[in-house]
Write a protein that binds this ligand. Structure first.
Ligand code: JFZ
Length: 441
């Protein structure tokens, strides 16, 4: 850890990762599902016959769409196909161990009937709570729920991006009370949730009030011991975000990996972290017309393996349609990933950094603190040989195909280097090999 050079009251309050059972559990999940669902699913990236090229959930900020038109969309919110049990089953079948749901995105629309706002599901033709049945259904499948909450609130009259006048400061003071009330309300209504996923914390108004972000974090964790909150909520009193002015991580894990992932362990300093990923290049909410590159199941599986190999969780985003059903592409990807996870999930769940030198064929993942190390082979060499380098004082005891259960032919070529020979056939998904690597000879 870096030397502290700045004296801070609202910087990091902990050094190193949390070691309690709630955090251990979160850390073992490795695969999560993100869901962006809200009023933006109704236009689905199109307005008045024109296509918005930005992220669908940002359409309200598009000059072509009048705010008034957006702000009346709630009158159409009536997702007849909303089936939380089916959503949860799909997530379970994909292999997700936790999920994150947008309770309120930047537009301010609440998917729960908040008593602090009129702009909620209660005012829509649907009338009913969306969040409660979702939490229940996912929990029934054994999936933990984390609540996404945007600090940016385009609907609230007291929300400000910056505080220029005395009136701004007074209004923002009221806004902070509102935020605190809504968060307490969510924890009270849905007591089984495991964490908050904060977003929209980059405005001047928020960044320059590090003390409030600190107090809020401590307040929420006092209401709900074990609650997990990523670094995105926090700023210190100097305005440094995620990492305080001494370079120490604030919050329970590094939450800056958005549509990008670390490449090496130094990028994450052995901190807990989580990466969130869209299936198209940059769409979170439902967009009727996906364009550009759409990730395949194998790409997402590779990203998942990379994340686990660097000690992080990987979260795949879904944007359900306004009627509460999923587009076919998302259903298919979830099923394909689930099929792979069924056979190979042992390499992912509870996996972490292995401490072995990275090779071009893919990723090493160590099972907890054990001698078991998995190789997730994503790039199959034309030679069929996979190089494995074991540090001195350690020895390779065995190499077994995870799916086949068969030993992998192994030749020692150097002092502690081996070539593992893959069966010569066509592979249509990453292959996993289980190694036993013992300390001592
Ligand atoms: C935010 C939202 O604006 C977006 O709509 C979506 O909800 C996403 C998950 O979060 O977008 C971000 C947040 C963080 C970064 C970039 C976009 N970032 O850290 O680079």
């Amino acid at each position: 850890p870096p030397e502290d050079t700045v004296s801070l009251q609202h910087g990091a309050h902990r050094s190193g990762n949390r070691t309690d059972a709630d955090m251990e559990r979160w850390r073992s999940h490795r695969l999560g599902q993100f869901i962006h669902w809200g009023l933006y699913a109704i236009p689905g990236g199109e307005w008045n016959g024109k296509v918005y090229n930005g992220a669908a959930e940002w359409i309200r900020s598009w000059k072509e769409m009048p705010h008034e038109a957006y702000d009346n969309l709630y009158k159409q919110f009536n997702p007849a196909g909303y089936n939380p049990q089916q959503w949860a089953r799909q997530a379970k079948d994909m292999g997700a161990r936790y999920m994150i749901i947008t309770t309120k995105h930047h537009d301010g629309f609440c998917l729960w009937p908040s008593k602090y706002s009129k702009y909620t599901v209660a005012s829509t033709p649907w009338k009913k709570d969306i969040i409660g049945p979702m939490v229940e259904a996912y929990n029934k499948e054994g999936i933990d729920v984390v609540l996404y909450f945007s600090i940016i609130d385009w609907n609230h009259p007291d929300w400000r991006t910056s505080l220029k006048t005395k009136e701004d400061t007074v209004a923002y003071g009221r806004f902070k009370v509102f935020v605190k009330n809504q968060l307490k309300e969510l924890l009270t209504k849905y007591p089984t949730v495991k964490g908050f996923w904060f977003d929209g914390t980059w405005d001047e108004s928020w960044k320059t009030d590090g003390a409030f972000s600190d107090e809020l974090e401590q307040y929420l964790q006092s209401l709900h011991p074990g609650l997990i909150i990523g670094s995105r909520l926090r700023a210190d009193e100097k305005g440094a975000r995620h990492f305080d002015s001494n370079g120490r991580l604030m919050g329970d894990y590094e939450q800056g990996w958005e549509r990008k992932l670390p490449e090496k362990i130094e990028d994450v300093h052995h901190n807990d972290w989580e990466g969130v990923m869209t299936i198209p290049e940059n769409q979170w909410g439902y967009h009727a017309r996906w364009t550009g590159h759409i990730k395949t199941a194998n790409e997402l599986i590779e990203m998942l393996a990379r994340s686990a190999s660097l000690g992080g969780n990987f979260v795949i985003n879904f944007g359900p349609k306004a009627d509460g059903t999923y587009r076919a592409e998302e259903q298919q990807l979830a099923a394909q990933i689930g099929q792979w996870m069924k056979t190979n999930g042992a390499a992912i769940y509870g996996g972490g950094y292995a401490g072995l030198e990275k090779q071009d064929w893919g990723y090493y993942i160590r099972k907890g603190n054990t001698d078991t190390v998995y190789m997730v082979v994503c790039n199959i060499p034309v030679s069929g040989y996979l190089r494995v380098k074991i540090p001195p004082q350690q020895s390779l005891q065995s190499a077994t195909g995870l799916e086949s259960g068969q030993p992998i032919p192994t030749t020692q070529t150097g002092r502690n280097e081996y070539l593992l020979q893959l069966e010569n056939k066509k592979y249509d998904a990453p292959v996993v090999i289980q190694l036993e690597v013992k300390k001592g000879k």
